[in-house]
Design a protein around this ligand. Structure first.
Ligand SMILES: [Fe+2]
Length: 326
């Protein structure tokens, strides 16, 4: 088709898409083209802005490697990851769900462990915590023999995949639910952490005056044949950033309640002082058991990265202040 003017462009591209024999591909790409072209028209995108957008997307890819996924980080920072989760879980978005976004730090292949074991594999500061989680179906029946992969960041703000100082697979492990649908493990009580802002996601947040903190959380991935594989996170109810999660992940169902035990003996002989416990229940739905495409597959090498914390302009009541820590 010879393009006569701007109005011919959209029709020309949509006509070409009609050639595809894959109906779902046609549906998705036709909608994407319609929305993209409308977006360009609505914003009257300039040539310089278009070049900037292309450069931004190219940088997202360039910064993505085995141990870091800038693309997934960006999807989360725009709320897309949470939106996809909420329309695909909870009976197709019609009911409450314990599902949550997967995030960019799930790493497959964490060691299989017995219930009660610790996932702390190298010295890691933090308060000891006993986590007990149960997996149930939608009728409230326990789901036994489900594989539950758990992972979380250190209190210094790094997943082990980001941090050469931590042992391989530190704060990661895979447990199998018992006949009551339960798993339990020992770890350290997580704290919030800043997402990396040395790339395009940092530009996005700075342009909005947003902070880059995630509230403290534990990640879970529940796999059981006959059920839709569920990714989830349980957030700490005492975290100051619950309402401003940079990845828009916090739902009411997933706010956990850590109980502090001051005078009760810990379940481990090496813990003499206070400790915490956390109990949480997940409800999984019938569906396909399928592991997600791993956002990362390995561990970083070299220097420990510098963490940068951005302050939310609104919270700061003044000019944005940034600080760095190592
Ligand atoms: Fe996380």
């Amino acid at each position: 088709m010879i393009i006569r003017n701007q109005h011919d462009i959209s029709q020309a591209v949509l006509s070409e898409l009609e050639r595809s024999s894959n109906p779902r591909f046609r549906e998705i790409m036709s909608a994407a083209v319609r929305h993209l072209h409308d977006f360009v028209r609505e914003t009257k995108l300039t040539e310089a802005e278009f070049q900037q957008a292309c450069s931004y997307i190219a940088t997202l890819g360039r910064l993505t490697n085995d141990s870091h996924n800038e693309v997934v980080l960006c999807a989360g920072s725009l709320g897309v990851s949470s939106l996809v989760c909420l329309i695909n879980n909870g009976d197709g978005g019609r009911a409450e769900t314990t599902a949550n976004l997967l995030g960019p730090f799930w790493r497959p292949g964490s060691p299989h462990m017995a219930n009660g074991e610790s996932i702390v594999r190298s010295p890691t500061p933090g308060d000891p915590v006993l986590v007990r989680a149960w997996v149930k179906d939608r009728c409230g029946r326990p789901v036994a023999d489900a594989e539950v992969d758990v992972w979380h960041a250190s209190t210094e703000g790094y997943y082990e995949s980001q941090d050469p100082a931590q042992a391989d697979m530190n704060l990661r492990g895979t447990f199998t639910t018992d006949e009551k649908g339960g798993i339990r493990f020992r770890s350290i009580k997580p704290t919030g952490y800043p997402i990396p802002v040395n790339g395009p996601v940092g530009e996005l947040l700075r342009a909005q005056g947003r902070h880059n903190m995630r509230p403290a959380h534990l990640h879970f991935l529940i796999f059981k044949p006959g059920f839709k594989t569920q990714f989830s996170q349980v957030y700490s109810g005492d975290d100051v950033n619950l309402e401003t999660d940079v990845q828009f992940g916090v739902t009411q169902t997933l706010i956990g309640n850590y109980v502090r035990h001051e005078h009760e003996s810990a379940p481990w002989p090496d813990v003499k002082g206070s400790w915490y416990s956390l109990d949480h229940t997940f409800v999984i739905e019938p569906g396909e058991a399928k592991l997600p495409r791993p956002p990362i597959t390995g561990k970083t090498v070299g220097e420990r990265p510098v963490l940068t914390i951005l302050t939310n302009d609104f919270q700061a009541h003044g000019p944005r202040r940034n600080r760095s820590r190592t």
